[in-house]
Design a protein around this ligand. Sequence first.
Ligand SMILES: [Zn+2]
Length: 527
Amino acid sequence: MNKLISIFLLILLSNFAISQQADILIKNGRIIDGTGNSWFYGDIAISKGKIIYIGKPKNITAEKIIDAKGLIVSPGFIDVHTHIEGEEATNPTANNFILDGVTTVVTGNCGGSNLDVQSYFRRLDSIKLSINVATLIGHNTVRTQAMGRANRPPTQAELQQMEALVAKAMKDGAVGFSTGLIYIPGTYSQTAEIVSLAKIASQYNGVYATHMRDEGDSVVQAINEAITIGMQANIPVEISHFKLSGQQNWGRSKQTVQLVKDARANGLDVTIDQYPYTASSTSLSTLIPDEILADGRDSVNARLQRPEVRSYVTNYIIRKLKNRKLKHLSYAVVASYYADSTYNGKSIEEINLMRGNKHKAKYEAETVIEMMIHGGAGMVFHGMGENDVKYIMQYPFNMFASDAGIRIYKQGVPHPRGYGTNARVLSKYVRDEKVISLEEAIRRMTSLPAQKFQLKDRGLLKEGMAADVLLFDEKEVQDMATFEDPHQYTKGFKCVIVNGKIVVENGNHTGVRSGVTLTGPGLNKTL
Ligand SMILES: [Zn+2]
């Protein structure tokens, strides 16, 4: 009898415990949990920034009840390739990311990051952003600190200094080490230097994320270098913005994706990411030969004034253009040129004509040199093939990443990827062209990046996980940003919750800044 009473009491108590009180209850939605499994109907309860219940409706009371009828409920998206440095304080609400469903970014990519990760995180914690932020430690950043923009291998002492800087950053919570091997000074490094530094990141269980040495004619060698670094340093590899640049290389994605598959088959944890567009975006300086760009701005400008250097650079640009089977620099469009904003949105071909020059590649190359001397520019390069974009997209270990910063609304004519990457995948490639399924796309936007970058409590809708949750209409979701008019937010994301706080309601940013800094597995690790 006593036993029966105690069992009865236990059931009563456990029932009492189940009738939980939550901050937010999301009801009637079609849940896609991020695993890649199919959607199901269910409720999600959130309390104190965490998911406390997911499943069939049950008796939960909440301060705020959200009816998700007709909507998809998914984890917040994780954008593993961003460059938010510089805009955190001016635009902490990060509207372009939030309104594209992004709740977490990994920044510090392409070799460029904050040098002091600890003070960076402290600064972010005091600013408070609407998005969560993790960072990599950049190769170009530590190399510049140790040896400036010098075009040579490091001395033993310089290498040791770089190793110490990487170790410090990993201990401060960086999630890995990034390179930008087309940029100054990373392009002057040899594979052995990168292996040495990647080994340090590996000791702290980080990843190696790389903007490779080449994404065009020499892409195979570049992928092989990334794989070699991964093998020799015993570190997981993320190949950033995987692509084939230049018309002469279109169709080679079969070959390059195969290299990734083969490396995985050989035991290397290598994954890739892409932005879903046929244009890239980077600095004007990438049109200039590396050796001209060594040392400081004054040295570069002095070199570019010399007639023999100018004709060398001009010939280089024309040669590259011919290689692309093009007559003019029509594929190179200015995103932002501080010296003259009327150039923004125009191609180098058009700008050359605006300047009253003859319609010849030679003068277009001269225009590039002049623009470099006057401070350089951010560019959009239209150089990829749609079929390669789709082929890469079908690879299951490819994630989606914007390669963007926090956009300043209406400033310049930047690449639309900063506004519309995820919405474009969900509308154009999932809904309209059916290249991949909705559940698969969401897996690549959530749990795959979380697993790769070891963001352990993110990327899945599961009890105990951080409450980064999205509600969107799969029929309505649409990227609106175009190359001509990029400053347009996406449509269809009805509600965005970051760490249990509502950051988007009815499609509008609420101004709430509930993002946190996310540290990597090497935090405070002693070797
Ligand atoms: Zn890059």
